[in-house]
Design a protein around this ligand. Structure first.
Ligand SMILES: C[S@@+](CC[C@H](N)C(=O)[O-])C[C@H]1O[C@@H](n2cnc3c(N)ncnc32)[C@H](O)[C@@H]1O
Length: 499
């Protein structure tokens, strides 16, 4: 078979187009040279002499796609892969990240391109070591994503061979894993904080409000243009001043505007405060060549839009004077126009349903958004649950304009959550019952088995008794025969006498 030559570029592209159209997987943003090498390797193994022939094979053989996919997406990974960089993360980056957040504030981590999960569990260990396992369970959520479903299935099992855990220090292995059969399973209570899901970095929306984004040894598969797009998504995904941890071979030279290095050598970066990248959830480029329409003089429109929002909101100035109140906030908290211009602290609602002062002051001083969750407010027989967002409003010259306080009514979500928890508890107890029934059945089974064994023994004993009886019977029979033979001449003699 001759290897396809560079002039087959068009044909190679048609393989990529075929994969995109038939499988929805877009490899066009991957680095061409290594991609072509991998496709060719697979073609050689599959015995295809040209790209066209290979497309035919892909069309008729679904397994070939899986094999190609596995050849292109290299899942090489390991716990604390590249120890020096991880050591820096543990000793500097994570402590810095924790110091900037309140002691109970949630921490959201994203392992993007997590392969079989070792990276995500390494992060779990690093955070559990840093804040203790109880706080870890309460505060940390690790989202771990990959495009490869097979790798995700392995990751979800959280069970690794002795060779796979080789890189882990003995004490971590003991503290965080349980030996089950010949596999080491990650602790179940901590496993729950790691959430796996499929996410294609090229096509899918990023996860948001991330405090630490880890994307190692994955960006390097993409060409420069795709890397730029992905980095813009990462910028969007990160919370203000969030950290990003890349792989050893991955650089960010052209993105210094939106990321600054915390440590360049170990590839840890910080999102630059107030920076903005190209990505937006709502990005939709307008038609080329059309002039933007003048939208100045829309203050009244803006005011109405603010006022009509279904979410209660108020805005205070930098010195905490109430500047704006929308209609929903008036209805929810009994406010009115006369409250505008008053100090926030003179309003009842500044301490009910939740004491706003510490949050507004923190948002003002630290210039970062805060969320207050699970705020319960009883009004007569009704209970409303809020999630309160406190956001600093920063001007173009980086000066503080004010603070906005938004009250999201999350009562429905709360009720659903309670129901879910209730259902979960019922499910758990049903599962426990099932398990104990199963155990009982297993015990009964064993009992039955030993009864069967006993019966078998009894049967064997009966059989040998039977055999003994048969032997005795035969012996008796032959004694009987003998007696009869002895008896017979005397009977003949007697009959002679009578005749
Ligand atoms: C070499 S592994 C890196 C694993 C881990 N981050 C580490 O450093 O040990 C690269 C991973 O990137 C994933 N990957 C490749 N293309 C991707 C894409 N478009 N979206 C998400 N993950 C992708 C692969 O499936 C693979 O699991």
């Amino acid at each position: 078979m001759t290897e396809p030559q560079p002039e087959d570029d068009g044909e190679f592209e048609s393989v990529l187009v075929y994969l995109k159209e038939s499988r929805g997987f877009d490899f066009t943003g991957y680095k061409r040279s290594s991609l072509r090498r991998r496709v060719q390797r697979r073609m050689t193994q599959a015995g295809a002499g040209s790209y066209a022939e290979y497309i035919d094979q892909l069309q008729v053989n679904a397994d070939e796609f899986v094999a190609l996919f596995n050849t292109i997406l290299i899942n090489v990974t390991g716990f604390f892969r590249d120890p020096e960089a991880w050591e820096y993360l543990r000793s500097h980056a994570i402590p810095a990240l924790l110091a900037e957040r309140g002691p109970t504030e949630p921490i959201r981590v994203w392992s993007a391109g997590c392969a079989a999960g070792q990276e995500a569990y390494s992060l779990a260990i690093a955070f559990a070591d840093a804040i203790g396992v109880d706080a870890f369970r309460q505060r940390v959520k690790i989202y771990a994503t990959d495009v490869d479903e097979e790798a995700l299935t392995q990751a979800r099992h959280a069970a690794y061979t002795a060779a796979e855990v080789e890189g882990l220090p003995e004490d971590k292995l003991e503290q965080y894993f349980e030996l089950q059969g010949n596999r080491y399973s990650f602790r179940k209570d901590l496993r729950r904080s790691v959430i796996f899901g499929r996410n294609d970095l090229v096509q899918d929306a990023p996860i948001s409000r991330i405090d630490l984004l880890v994307c190692r040894n994955t960006l390097m598969y993409f060409n420069a243009e795709t890397q730029t797009k992905i980095l813009e998504r990462f910028h969007f995904a990160l919370a203000p001043r969030g950290l990003m941890f890349l792989g050893k071979a991955e650089m960010l030279l052209s993105h210094s505007r939106i990321f600054e290095p915390l440590d360049l050598k170990r590839r840890v970066f910080r999102k630059v405060a107030g920076s903005s990248a190209g990505y937006s959830h709502f990005a939709s480029p307008g038609p080329p060549g059309r002039k933007p329409i003048d939208v100045s003089g829309l203050d009244e429109l803006r005011e109405h839009a603010f006022s009509a929002s279904p979410v209660a909101q108020l805005v205070v100035t930098a010195d905490e004077v109430v500047a704006l109140i929308n209609r929903q906030a008036e209805l929810s908290f009994g406010l009115n126009d006369r409250d505008i211009g008053r100090k926030l602290w003179n309003l009842d609602m500044s301490y009910r349903p939740v004491g706003l002062r510490p949050y507004v002051e923190q948002a003002r001083l630290e210039r970062r958004s805060l969320r207050v969750k699970d705020v319960e407010w009883r009004r007569g027989s009704d209970t409303v649950w809020y999630e309160v967002h406190v956001n600093p409003l920063v001007g173009r010259d980086n000066s503080l304009l004010g603070v906005s306080v938004v009250f999201h009514d999350v009562s429905w979500a709360h009720l659903l959550l309670l129901e879910l928890e209730h259902t979960n508890r019922r499910l758990e107890s049903a599962y426990e019952e099932l398990q104990s029934t199963n155990e009982e059945l297993e015990t009964t089974n064993e009992e039955l088995q030993s009864t069967v064994e006993e019966l078998e023994t009894t049967n064997e004993e009966l059989q040998s008794t039977n055999e003994e009886l048969e032997t005795m019977n035969e012996e008796l029979q032959s004694t009987n025969d003998e007696l009869q033979t002895i008896n017979e001449p005397s009977v003949t003699a007697a009959s002679n006498w009578t005749s």
